[in-house]
Design a protein around this ligand. Structure first.
Ligand SMILES: [Fe+2]
Length: 389
């Protein structure tokens, strides 16, 4: 009797467990390029996941078997609660539809795996999700920039509630989206759940890390949720007429500051980044782009804090030679425009965005128009950058 009860209890626990598998966060698009994208989501229990890809079209997602992609970086499919499927071999500037699946792993011992239920996105009652790859040949593009949200989801919603894949090619998060990462779930409760609900399933997010994102026990896992095309928080990507140069200023105080509890190594980090930057600005893609937009959370001038001084000393000599058309910053929680020539140490304009305004940017091969808008969407000021090279 006791054995029967025990077996029944095991059955019940598996059955209940299988029913409860849920996609808890996401999916959202990362590392979008011309030919690949990484799609990320989480589940509440260990699972193995896959993604089905279909070309854009009005036909049913069930019209035929769709191509499957898995996360199997070293030959074996990964199991766990964080799922990151990279879809490659895509065509530039092309729209695709996708569906995600996770199958619960109830037990995994040796080579024996016991699977449970499957959770997936719905393509029966809802339309499948879709995205469009980046395209250097696209004649005009539109993107939004926010910074210093510090987990104020209501501000993020006010700024980005009208973002759709039809009106926005990409969204840049320019740092300090949270104040501290004590737990990984704060990535979602702090801002990503709102971003996913509004647009991030279908519009790619590009992240420029802020100094606050380096803080807290979970901060070392941040990259797992926001992978880039080169394994670093500093990277370049191209869309339409703009070569984007995303930089990471690290922390703002000296590494030895008591606030960092002997964990900070940002002086070395910025030196490594400088060595990468020296090569990045010489790349043919960078040199041939009609516009070069730098994105950096901490402004490189206007402060005598250690982080700013390091950024100025290590990055500005290279950036001043790189033909930067504009740099977009945050960090100060105040708007500031530093025109070319205002500061002797920098030879390009720097726009420091406020924490309660966002940048609504359009660009073609002749000019970039930056509209700074408040929480109600009203234009506060605008800036036009003409093509220089
Ligand atoms: Fe900051």
């Amino acid at each position: 009797m006791r054995i029967q009860f025990a077996l029944f209890a095991v059955f019940i626990s598996f059955a209940v467990s299988a029913q409860q598998l849920k996609i808890t966060n996401g999916p959202y698009l990362q590392n979008m390029e011309q030919d690949n994208v990484t799609i990320i989501w989480t589940t509440d229990k260990d699972a193995v996941s896959w993604l089905e890809l279909a070309p854009a079209g009005d036909d049913s997602f069930y019209a035929g078997e769709r191509t499957r992609f898995f996360e199997a970086p070293h030959g074996s499919k990964k199991t766990g609660k964080l799922h990151r499927i990279t879809v490659s071999g895509l065509a530039a500037g092309t729209e695709y539809r996708y569906r995600i699946f996770s199958k619960e792993v109830l037990n995994y011992e040796g080579h024996r795996v016991m699977y449970g239920d499957i959770a997936s996105s719905d393509v029966y009652r809802d339309r499948p999700f879709s995205f469009k790859t980046l395209d250097p040949a696209k004649s005009s593009i539109a993107f939004k920039v926010v910074n210093d949200i510090h987990s104020k989801n209501e501000n993020l919603e006010s700024m980005l509630s009208k973002v759709t894949k039809e009106n926005t090619d990409l969204v840049l998060f320019n740092g300090d989206m949270v104040s501290i990462f004590n737990e990984e779930k704060e990535i979602f409760t702090g801002f990503m759940d709102t971003a996913v609900r509004l647009f991030a399933k279908e519009v790619p997010v590009f992240y420029a890390r802020g100094n606050h994102e380096t803080r807290g026990k979970a901060s070392s896992r941040l990259y797992d949720y926001f992978p880039t095309n080169n394994g670093h928080f500093y990277y370049t990507f191209r869309h339409g007429p703009i070569q984007f140069l995303v930089l990471d200023g690290g922390e703002d105080k000296p590494d030895s500051d008591i606030e960092y509890s002997e964990l900070a190594q940002f002086d070395n980090y910025r030196t490594e980044e400088k060595n990468w930057l020296r090569k990045a600005v010489r790349e043919p893609d960078f040199q041939s782009a009609p516009f070069r937009v730098a994105v950096l959370h901490i402004p490189p001038v206007g402060s005598t804090w250690h982080g700013t001084k390091e950024i100025a000393e290590k990055f500005l000599p290279l950036l001043n030679e790189a033909g930067i058309d504009i740099m977009l910053c945050g960090h100060l929680h105040n708007y500031q425009l530093i025109n070319k020539g205002d500061d002797k140490n920098v030879n390009f304009p720097i726009l420091v965005n406020d924490d309660e305004t966002y940048l609504d940017v359009t660009a073609d091969d002749k000019k970039i128009d930056v509209f700074r808008k408040d929480l109600s969407g009203k234009i506060v000021d605008s800036h036009s950058i003409k093509r220089q090279h």
